[in-house]
Design a protein. Structure first.
Length: 195
């Protein structure tokens, strides 16, 4: 895969060829398009942004216009091998419900999110007293789509409390995987989870 985005490259490596994949909040379909072309997956997306949906349709992708908080109940249990929830979980109101539904309809779920406890974010808040703006958190406090501000440790605690198994975890900087002190150094995290 030749995407510039390291999170897409990691997700691409996780997903097995010819899998059934649902991408929740699929954006412009760049990741789904790669998965369809290179891994021959049977892909479907759900997206709220109409302009992004048009981009997906231009790429020949099957994408439904919908809200991932209310649009998953019609899917049967284990309908997909993988459900992708990359860079969208922190934007939903009811995280527990969305994660539960993703785990119900997918055999495995790939969750990716920005790490709000990363060193640059912490130091900006501590030293300047201002909400952090970083490459993975590029918004100001008043126009951010993020409703939940979580760290890697927060997500691990969530999984433990909900009896969710973490199968794999990846901690990312702009262009590489972080091996040490991920809650402090990683800009983003990707987890492969299952019930």
């Amino acid at each position: 895969m030749k995407s510039k985005r390291i999170d897409y490259r990691i997700i691409y490596r996780i997903i097995k060829p010819k899998s059934r994949v649902l991408d929740l909040g699929c954006g412009d379909g760049e990741l789904l398009s790669f998965l369809v072309k290179e891994k021959k997956v049977k892909a479907q997306g759900i997206e709220l942004n109409e302009a992004a949906i048009y981009n997906c349709v231009e790429k020949g992708l099957s994408v439904f216009h919908g809200n991932i908080e209310t649009g998953l109940s019609g899917y049967p249990d284990n309908a997909f091998d993988y459900v992708i929830l990359n860079q969208s979980m922190q934007e939903v109101k009811d995280v527990e419900h969305v994660v539960d539904e993703a785990l119900r309809i997918g055999k495995k779920v790939i969750v990716g999110f920005p790490n709000f406890a990363q060193l640059k974010a912490r130091s900006r808040l501590f030293l300047k007293g201002k909400v952090p703006i970083t490459s993975s958190l590029p918004y100001r406090w008043y126009n951010t789509p993020n409703l939940h501000f979580l760290s890697i440790i927060d997500f691990k605690d969530f999984c433990r409390e909900k009896n969710i198994k973490i199968l794999k975890k990846f901690y990312l900087s702009k262009n590489k995987v972080i091996k040490i002190l991920p809650n402090l150094l990683a800009l983003n995290a990707i987890f492969l989870i299952k019930k």
